[in-house]
Design a protein around this ligand. Structure first.
Ligand code: ADP
Length: 483
C-alpha cells in the first residue's frame, strides 16, 4: 500500500481552538489515520491559541498578501499533529474564533476564504516538498476549498468535504464574489450561488469529489427537507457521492481507568468505585447525597438543536418522581437563565453549572447513572460515546449519530444481551420524560443495569474503525481517479 498524503482544512483544532465536536475530530483523526498509512497535515487559522502552541515552527510559504494583509503558512508540530498554521494577523489575531460577545466578526467571509484559498494553493502544489493526494475540508469554514481548486490549475487533488453540522452554512453577499477571487461564472446554481448569496458550504458540497457526514443516519436525514436545511436538493442529487462515517473518541483522554480529572478511577470490573464519583458530583452541584437516587447527567451546548428546552419541560414531573439532575452547559442566554432558575426551585435535585468546564464534564460522565442527550438533530454526538465508556447509560433521541451508536434496551436487545441505553422518538418532552422513566425502571433492576453499563463500556468507540473507513474512501477515490 502506498502512503497517502492528506491535507485537512478546518477552523478548529482541539485543544487550541475549540467550540465543539469538530475540534475533537480534527485533533484525533490524523493520528488514527497514521496507522492506516495516511500522512496528514492539518491547516488551521493562526489564531493566538494556535500560534502559541507551535513547536519547531518553519516558514512553509509566504503569500505576501492575502485578502488585505500579510499572510504566511507556518509548518509546525503541536503535540502529535503536523500543523500548517495560516499566520495572517489582520484576520486571526483576535480573541474569538468566530466572533466576540455573541456577534460574528464582520469579515468572516474573508477570514475563512483565506483559509480555503491557502489550502487550495497547497493542493495545487505550492509547497516545495509536500503535495497532498487528498484535500479534506471540514464544514463551511473550509467550504470554498473545493471551489478554489475547481477554478484553479490542474492537476487537482481528490477532494472530500465532511459535514459536521449542516445548520451552519456560511452565507455571504454576492457582491463579494470578485473580492473573494471567485470568477464571475462561479455565481451559478451549479457553482457557489446559494439562494441569491454565496454559500460556502454549498460550494464545498457542489465541487468536492465526495461528501461525508459523521453518521450513516445523518447522511440519510440530510437528504430530507426536515433535516437538510435547504441543502437537501443538492444532497439528493449527489447521493451517490455521500456517505456517513461515525466519529470516534479520544480513548486515552476519555478513559475512566486512567482519567486524572475524576476523584475515583474504575473500569468494568471495579464499577462499584463509581459511587465515589457520584457522591463527589452530588457534593459539587449541591445535590442531596443519596447513593441510590437516580442521577441523570447532561453536558451540552445550550441550543435549540440539543433539545434541552424539552428537558426543562419534563423536569418537574421527573424531580417529583425522585430523579436528580447534574447539568453543565453554556450557550443560549434564555436557556441558561431558565436552568438557573429551575435549579433554585428544585434545589438539591437539580444541580446546574453554567459555563465551559472540562473537569466537571468528566466528573458528570463518571458520576451520573444515566446521561441524557435529547437532541432534535445530531450529526454524530460525542457525549453519548463518552457516556458509554464511563458506564453512564445514555438516554437519547433516535436521530442521526445517536440512533447509530446507542442500542435501545428493548425486549429483543435485552434478550440478546446487546442493549447499551435507551432511545426515544419523537424528540418531545413527553417522549423524553417517558424514556427517563423507563431508564429509571431499568435502573431499579440492579443486575440488568449493570449489564447495560458493561455492554456500553466494552463498545469500541475508538478512532480505529472510522479511520480505516476514511482511508478506504481516500484509496477508492484515488483509484477511481487513476482509472
Ligand atoms: P456539538 O459539537 O454539537 O456541541 P458534540 O457532542 O459532538 O456536540 O461535542 C460536544 C463536545 O463539547 C464534547 O466534547 C462535550 O464534552 C463538550 N462540551 C459541551 N459543552 C460543554 C461544557 N459546558 N463544558 C465542557 N465541555 C462541554
Amino acid at each position: 500500500m502506498t502512503q497517502i498524503r492528506a491535507l485537512f482544512v478546518a477552523s478548529e483544532v482541539a485543544p487550541f481552538a475549540k467550540t465543539g465536536g469538530l475540534a475533537d475530530v480534527v485533533a484525533a483523526l490524523p493520528a488514527a489515520l497514521a496507522a492506516e498509512d495516511v500522512a496528514c497535515r492539518v491547516m488551521v487559522p493562526g489564531y493566538p491559541g494556535v500560534m502559541a502552541a507551535l513547536r519547531d515552527a518553519k516558514l512553509a510559504h509566504d503569500f505576501n498578501e492575502l485578502f488585505g494583509g500579510a499572510a504566511r503558512l507556518i509548518a509546525a508540530k503541536a503535540g502529535p499533529l503536523e500543523l500548517l498554521a495560516l499566520d495572517a494577523p489582520h484576520l486571526y489575531a483576535r480573541s474569538g474564533i468566530y466572533g466576540e460577545g455573541g456577534a460574528d466578526y464582520p469579515d468572516n467571509a474573508f477570514r475563512f476564504a483565506a483559509l480555503a484559498y491557502a489550502a487550495s494553493a497547497v493542493g495545487q502544489g505550492t509547497l516545495e516538498n509536500w503535495r497532498p493526494d487528498v484535500v479534506h475540508a471540514h464544514d463551511w469554514q473550509a467550504g470554498l476549498t473545493p471551489a478554489y481548486l475547481h477554478y484553479g490549475v490542474a492537476p487537482r487533488p481528490v477532494t472530500v468535504m465532511t459535514l459536521h453540522n449542516i445548520a451552519f452554512q456560511g452565507k455571504f453577499p454576492k457582491d463579494l464574489l470578485a473580492a473573494l477571487s471567485l470568477p464571475d461564472e462561479s455565481f451559478a446554481i451549479d457553482g457557489v450561488e446559494y439562494y441569491g448569496d454565496i454559500g460556502y458550504l454549498k460550494a464545498g458540497l457542489q465541487f468536492c469529489d465526495h461528501i461525508t457526514t459523521v453518521s450513516p443516519s445523518y447522511a440519510e436525514e440530510i437528504t430530507t427537507a426536515e433535516f437538510g436545511m435547504g441543502l437537501e436538493g443538492l444532497l439528493r442529487a449527489r447521493a451517490h457521492h455521500l456517505s456517513g462515517i461515525l466519529n470516534g473518541v479520544e480513548t486515552r483522554v476519555w478513559d475512566p481507568a486512567s482519567d486524572p480529572r475524576i476523584p475515583a478511577r474504575y473500569d468494568a470490573k471495579t464499577l462499584a468505585t463509581r459511587a465515589k464519583n457520584k457522591s463527589a458530583l452530588q457534593q459539587r452541584l449541591r445535590l442531596v447525597e443519596d447513593e441510590n437516587g437516580f442521577l441523570i447527567g447532561v453536558v451540552s451546548r445550550l441550543s435549540w438543536q440539543k433539545g434541552l428546552d424539552l428537558l426543562l419541560e419534563a423536569l418537574p414531573a421527573l424531580v417529583e418522581d425522585g430523579a436528580q439532575f447534574a447539568l453543565l452547559g453554556a450557550g443560549d442566554k434564555a436557556l441558561e437563565e431558565s436552568f438557573t432558575s429551575a435549579a433554585k426551585v428544585s434545589s438539591g435535585r437539580l444541580g446546574v453549572a453554567i459555563g465551559y468546564d472540562e473537569d466537571l464534564a468528566h466528573l458528570i460522565q463518571a458520576g451520573a447513572d444515566a446521561f441524557a442527550v435529547p437532541s432534535r438533530f445530531e450529526p454524530c454526538g460525542l457525549t453519548q460515546l463518552y457516556a458509554l465508556r464511563y458506564g453512564a447509560v445514555p438516554v437519547v433521541s433516535r436521530v442521526g449519530g445517536l440512533a447509530d451508536t446507542i442500542i435501545d434496551a428493548n425486549e429483543m436487545a435485552l434478550q440478546a444481551g446487546v442493549a447499551t441505553g435507551v432511545q426515544f422518538s419523537p424528540a418531545t418532552s413527553d417522549a423524553l420524560r417517558l424514556a427517563l422513566l423507563r431508564a429509571k425502571r431499568l435502573y431499579d433492576d440492579k443486575p440488568l443495569w449493570r449489564r447495560l453499563q458493561m455492554n456500553g463500556m466494552k463498545t469500541d468507540v475508538s478512532w480505529k474503525r472510522p479511520a480505516r473507513r476514511y482511508a478506504d474512501l481516500y484509496r477508492k477515490l484515488l483509484s477511481s481517479r487513476a482509472g
